[in-house]
Write a protein that binds this ligand. Structure first.
Ligand code: SRM
Ligand code: SF4
Length: 557
């Protein structure tokens, strides 16, 4: 067991929270402030929400001696990222009524709504409930949204893996009824035994926990960046089990060398559903019992794995499972971005992957994406699936309905918008950052589109425009846009400045390394101009930019 002598303050808040009820009811009734009581700001995360403020308006508010403009971000729990058309229509109206109206598709296959005022939280969650959606455990020190290969029903295995996402999500759902009491006005439990939680107990996990399921050869989920990565192994067209990888995670802190991004270590292969679920459960219990509860910067599973050692971790897992893992099976990833445009699945149904830059679904001067998707949803003839690349797939379209859906996509310019975007833009990811993220040091989703507009001409100049180099940007080193798993990663250090990382591979199997520190835009473009020139002139046939960067020793392997 871990020796957590000095528990972090959050540990006390969790343990004393009355199974995550905290004083949320009192906080909500306090009309004097738009904020919650301090402890409740931690508790509310377990209900899928964060207290934020509009950072663009901090100065103006302070000058007027007003408190910051507090509002809440709500993140849906959506294992596998699936919505029915009815849910889409419902969500459209909820977003319009209670939030900024923008659907933000996250890098974990779900939706966030921002800008919800305190008095609107309850109506928002109640409205979610009417369309069978909730935000339980979408944040907090628990298992988060379980993600899986998004491309719908490419094969029967895709369906099975999608079902696993749901099973894993249910397996690791906290047992507390607090969400139903606080937000949905359900009567308090008389017998608290009903919510006893053998997995999380009263202390929950030391930190957030993330699970992804990938289906080779597509690594759209970036499986190795998760605490627990499950890689589907298929033999003769049948899913036989999963390779298990543990200890992936990307968050780091500038100037704190004991924090680092890490890719998951493959422990072995586990066969069949019962053993897979058991192994996943026990990975979580090991983290619960051995994770660091003193220093939240060092509390993710990756540090537990490194502290215990991979072999000792595996031995502990086998002991808790009561069975041995088999040797890992061979697999190969060869693609990470989404497959845009029209495709047909194994049931002959059509699906269309829409390019939604950095996951922002709204109507703007370029394209009326939100209206278009509402119109598609209103037909009732398509489902929706989100991808970890921050896009949306319009899915399960019967061949007889394809024309009607296509006409809507044409009418609102979605097809032109998706076709027109360049390859690099379509593979890029940026996190939210300003104006809502309290941790942002620099812009990301509001800036990367502009920067890519300046990188594309450089790629054309060096005749590498048909090369889908992966470029990712985050506003701070926490890594929400997975920049350390990109060929070129930009990590914000201060407003307008980014560390530049190079040398990741294209498919998410190797992390990049820091190449230059705190570059502004002109320095970034100067660097890329000369790096692209060298790449264009000296690359071997088929060599990717990330591999070339390592071969040239711009960074070490
Ligand atoms: Fe994240 C914290 C946004 C995926 C690592 N992340 C945050 C917060 C909640 C800031 C905060 O703590 O107050 C950000 C809210 C911004 C906002 O205004 O919405 C935030 N993270 C996001 C999203 C929305 C980025 C996006 O543009 O899509 C992603 C939501 C995913 C979801 O639906 O659950 C998001 N975050 C990630 C990922 C990528 C992934 O999981 O595939 C990572 C890196 C992988 C990992 O977990 O290591 C990630 N977020 C972090 C961290 C660093 C954790 C660590 O181990 O150090 C933080 C900070 C923290 O937890 O203290 C963080
Ligand atoms: Fe915020 Fe940093 Fe995450 Fe970007 S990477 S959303 S700036 S915490």
């Amino acid at each position: 067991m871990s020796t957590n002598k000095n528990l972090s303050p959050v540990e006390k808040i969790k343990a004393e929270s009355d199974a995550l009820r905290g004083t949320l009811k009192q906080s909500l009734h306090d009309d004097i402030t738009g904020a919650l009581r301090e402890d409740d700001q931690s508790v509310i995360k377990f209900h899928g929400m964060y207290q934020q403020d509009d950072r663009d308006r901090r100065e103006e508010r302070s000058a007027k001696k007003l408190e910051w403009l507090y509002s809440y971000m709500v993140r849906l729990r959506l294992p596998g990222g699936f919505l029915t058309p009815e849910q889409w229509v419902g969500l459209h109206h909820i977003a319009g009524e209670h939030s900024t109206g923008v659907f933000k598709i996250t890098t974990r296959q779900t939706i966030q709504l921002h800008g919800i005022l305190k008095s609107h939280i309850k109506p928002t969650l109640q409205a979610f409930n009417t369309i069978h959606l909730d935000s339980i455990a979408a944040c907090g020190d628990v298992n988060r949204n379980v993600v899986c290969g998004a491309h719908p029903k490419q094969s029967p295995v895709h369906e099975e893996v999608f079902a696993y996402a749901d099973k894993l999500s249910k397996l690791a759902l906290p047992k507390t009824k607090a969400y139903y009491e606080v937000w949905l006005n359900e009567k308090p439990l008389i017998d608290k035994k009903e919510e006893e939680d053998p997995l999380y107990q009263e202390r929950y996990l030391p930190r957030k926990f993330k699970i992804a399921l990938a289906i080779p050869p597509h690594n759209d989920v970036d499986v190795f960046t998760n605490d627990l990565g499950l890689i589907a192994i298929v033999e003769k067209g049948k899913l036989i089990g999963f390779n298990i990888a543990v200890g992936g995670g990307l968050g780091a802190t500038h100037g704190n060398a004991s924090t680092y991004p890490r890719l998951g270590s493959i422990l072995g292969f586990v066969r069949g559903e019962e053993n897979t679920l058991k192994a996943a459960y026990e990975v979580i219990t090991i983290q619960r019992d051995h994770g660091n509860r003193s220093d939240r910067k060092l509390s993710r599973l990756k540090y537990t794995v490194d502290r215990m050692g991979v072999e000792a971790f595996k031995a502990e897992l086998e002991k808790r499972c009561g069975f041995a893992l088999e040797e890992a099976k061979p697999f190969e990833f060869n693609h990470r971005p989404d497959y845009y445009g029209w495709h047909q699945n194994h049931e002959k149904k059509w699906y269309y992957t829409v390019f939604s830059e950095n996951g922002r679904i709204l109507d703007d001067e370029q394209v009326a994406m939100k209206t278009a998707l509402l119109e598609v949803a209103k037909t009732g003839k398509a489902n929706f699936r989100f991808t970890c690349n921050q896009n949306v797939i319009i899915s399960d379209i019967d061949p007889k309905d394809k024309k009607a859906i296509e006409a809507i996509l044409e009418q609102f310019g979605i097809i032109a918008h998706t076709d027109k975007a360049g390859l690099v833009r379509k593979a890029a990811i940026a996190c939210v950052a300003f104006n809502t993220c309290p941790l942002a040091l620099a812009e990301a989703q509001r800036y990367l589109p502009t920067l890519i507009g300046k990188i594309e001409p450089l790629m054309e100049k060096h005749k590498i425009a048909d090369d889908q180099i992966s470029i990712r940007m985050t506003g701070c080193p926490n890594g929400c846009g997975r920049p350390y798993a990109a060929e070129i990663g930009f990590v914000g250090t201060a407003y307008g400045q980014y560390n530049m990382h190079l040398g990741g591979d294209r498919d998410g199997m190797r992390l990049n390394k820091k190449y230059k520190e705190s570059l502004d835009e002109s320095a970034i473009l100067r660097e890329l101009d000369s790096l692209f020139e060298a790449y264009s002139q000296k690359r071997k046939k088929g060599e990717t930019f990330g591999d070339f960067a390592v071969r040239e020793q711009w960074v070490s392997a």
